[in-house]
Structures are given as C-alpha cells and as structure tokens.
Design a protein around this ligand. Structure first.
Ligand SMILES: [Zn+2]
Length: 331
C-alpha cells in the first residue's frame, strides 16, 4: 500500500504529468472549504459534520503550496484574467463559520491572499439555528429516534456509530427538502422541545464580518435561509436571494455580486433556476466538482477540500491528476 502511495506521489509530482493535466483544467480552479479548526479540536469532532472541517496544520500547508505555485485570484477575477505563467486558483468558504475569523483570516492576511466567504444572512440577522448541528446533537445522545411527521411515523436506530451516521443521512434527506419553518417543526418533533437551540458561537456575526479587511475577504450571499431551491417555488427563491442581498447591503453599504448555491449541486437547484438566480449576481458558484466538463458561467464548478486530506491528496486534486484518473476510469 505504502509502495503504491509512493509511486502515486511521484506521478503527481512529475512535471510532464502536471503539464498534461493542466491542459484539461479550466483557466482558474475554485476551491471551497467550510471551516478550519485547531488540530486539537479536529481530533474531538466526530460524526457527519466532520466533513465540514479542515485541520489548521493542513490548511497552513495547503495555503503555502498555493502561494508558491499559483496566482491566487478573487472570485470576481475568475474568467476575466488571461492565462499567465502561473496557473490561477480562487479560494472560497461556505456558510460563514466562526473560525473563518479566528484561524483562516490571520493565515490569509499573513500570506496576502484574498478569499470569498458566502454568508447565510439569516444567521447574521440573529437566527443562528441550523438543522445539521441540532440533528447530530440529538442523534449522538440517543439510542433510537421516533417521530410523526406529515401523516407518517418514522423510526430510526442510533445504537452504534454506524447507525447514528446512517440515521443522520436518512433524516437529512427528509429535512433538507423542507422550508425553514417545516425544518424547525420536524426538529421540534424529533427533540420533543419547542425552542430551537442557537449556534451563535459557531458562526460569524455582523461585528465579525465588518471587522475583516475587505482587501483580504470578499463576502458573498449563500441565500438567506440556506434552502434547497429544488423544492422551493420561484417566488420563494426570489424572496430568499433578495432578502440576503438586502441584509448584506445594510451591513456593507454596497451591493453583493457573488453567490454560492445552498447545498450547491444540480440535485438542489434546477438548471433553469440557475439561469434566473445568477442574473441577480456577477458570479454564482456550485458544489459541482466536474471541473473538466462543467463550463457553465451561471453554475461555476468548485473543488471540495475536506478533512483527512494530506498535502499530496491536495496536490493531486488541484493539479488535476485525480480528475483525470476518475474520468479515465468512468469512460
Ligand atoms: Zn452551505
């Protein structure tokens, strides 16, 4: 296994392979993160929300690699700058987690690079409840979950870590298709509590976002309520994006031109709606990782950077070797 790994690392470090991969990649790659946590915090996090975090020590290595090998550009420059000697990369963060100010900001400021953070504006307005944190908080304490919703009885086992994870994703599939009010209703049935817990310490607030220097951080909209637009009417989508633009304009005293689709794949927004939503912004990014195929300006592809990715995995992702190998085996 270690021998294979060494060969693989040699392949991705090879200049010819790198140059070959670059030919198939778009002019600029866009990366997306959610949260960066200290190495100590990282070890303590368990469950499905761990996919949102990257270890601080890994993030430092990743930024240093990007700084040495790439021209880091802002989201607004994507598609506008012609190819230069160095390949281009753009760094984005979704949801607006608190450590974006405590851990990410000092690192990008020190390296003099620009990032875009897409904010859920309902959280800036004071409602810092999100279903994914409350659902996991409930599941990790229980052995089973029973609830009645929409004329149906549901029952899930949470007796071990495997079943807890499975239950999380099964309930997620019900919850994330609902309106915000119905998400709250279902969580109150599951928890047996009327009041939703607030996760203010997990997210940036108005004061945090205003205190970051705009030459390092650009803020975009991630919608007002983080809805699954595939299950929303055109009016609900329009209300959600306009509301988020109003909140951001009130805070920053200027219009917001950048958008990240909540959840972000074509499972969560129809192609038809991407055209109408992106008409309200200059850039609109997705979580579609099909960087070699997706050339849609209204649904820009991004590469996900998650936990447990070593610096060589990171290089292979952004150099394009991983995508070439995947495409090769898919065809
Ligand atoms: Zn999100």
């Amino acid at each position: 296994m270690k021998f294979c790994r060494n060969i693989y690392n040699r392949v991705i470090d090879n200049k010819i392979v790198t140059n070959f991969s670059q030919k198939f990649l778009p002019d600029c790659l866009i990366l997306y993160y959610h949260d960066v946590v200290t190495d100590e915090q990282f070890e303590k996090i368990e469950g499905p929300n761990k996919h949102l975090v990257v270890k601080e020590s890994e993030f430092v290595k990743q930024i240093s690699f990007l700084k040495d090998n790439y021209e880091v550009i802002s989201i607004r420059e994507v598609g506008k700058i012609k190819r230069s000697s160095k390949p281009k990369i753009c760094i984005t963060f979704d949801d607006g987690y608190k450590n974006n100010i405590h851990l990410v900001y000092p690192i990008i400021e020190k390296n003099n690079i620009n990032i875009t953070i897409y904010l859920i504006t309902r959280i800036l307005e004071g409602d810092a409840w999100v279903w994914w944190f409350e659902l996991w908080d409930i599941i990790k304490k229980k052995n089973n979950i029973r609830f009645f919703y929409d004329s149906k009885n549901y029952q899930f086992s949470c007796s071990n870590i495997y079943k807890k994870n499975k239950t999380f994703y099964e309930i997620k599939n019900i919850i994330y298709k609902l309106s915000l009010n119905n998400q709250k209703k279902i969580l109150s049935r599951i928890s047996g509590k009327k009041i939703r817990p607030q996760y203010r310490n997990f997210f940036l607030n108005k004061h945090d976002v205003k205190s970051m220097d705009c030459s390092f951080v650009n803020f975009g909209s991630h919608g007002h309520s983080h809805l699954n637009y595939k299950f929303s009417s055109k009016k609900e989508i329009l209300d959600d994006i306009i509301r988020s633009k109003i909140v951001l304009k009130k805070i920053f005293k200027k219009d917001t031109h950048d958008f990240a689709y909540p959840y972000g794949s074509l499972k969560e927004v129809s192609l038809e709606n991407t055209k109408f939503i992106s008409s309200y912004f200059e850039t609109a990014v997705s979580t579609d990782q099909n960087i070699c195929v997706n050339k849609r300006k209204e649904f820009l592809p991004r590469i996900s950077i998650g936990p447990n990715i070593s610096i060589s995995d990171f290089k292979s992702k952004i150099i394009g070797t991983e995508f070439l190998i995947k495409n090769f085996f898919n065809n």
